[in-house]
Design a protein around this ligand. Sequence first.
Ligand code: VGL
Ligand code: ZN
Length: 262
Amino acid sequence: DSNKDGKIQLIELENFWFKIIKPTLFPKNALLIVDVQNDFITGTLSLTNCPSKHNGAEIVPIINNLIDTVPFETIAYSIDWHPADHSSFIENVNNRKLAENSPIKENIKTFDSVIYEAYPNVLQILWPAHCIQGTNGAKLHADLKQVDAKTDSLGRSVIYVYKGCLSDIDSYSAFFDNCRLNETSLHNDLKKLGITDLYICGIAADVCVAYTSMDALGLNYRVIYIQDGVRGVDSDNIKKQEINLVNNGALLIKSKDVYDMV
Ligand code: VGL
Ligand code: ZN
């Protein structure tokens, strides 16, 4: 039975969760690879040092295999790309004014949330400095396949989207900053190519992957979240975010389910 809004049906079959997602006559697929960058894997914000203790390198062969075996029409890479004085870095906390309503004002530690005066409506989690523009930590993992549109035998398009580039605003989503003041280039680039379906994987599942996926649903993309193609910060939060995504119309699948479609 469909829900009252007539849109969706939630079905649970052992490990396979899905909603019936809206049909589209001419689907065009993109693989969207979120922030598979050194700092999240072996660097300053390595997931191995986060509560999840995840090893982000494990998804690299999974993503490479998807790139090699599934005829996505577009491969999109998002890149967390911060200036050194970025407001999300714990190292910079003393360089900005905290807002009156900041939940914490002293003895601020990594992973605490504060509110800065500049944007009094948004909680900023303080991370170790990471993905500073031009550094090795900001580079995509060396083993991740980077498709070159000029020489690609399958003629795929390639998109790069840089986010978090402004000092005072963080950007978890590859579409919008956390204050929703600025839009990145991603939606426009995807629209130009007629992309309807986004197969999303990457890091961090409960941060940038979740925010990107939620915005993609809001922009009316069909979102297919590749559960074994993500690693995250906190395992309980990953679960919470995944349930939220399903409730908002995303399809959660495993990479083998993608291969089964080919
Ligand atoms: C990310 C924390 C801070 C992410 C980016 O890519 O998920 N997480 N900046
Ligand atoms: Zn960041």
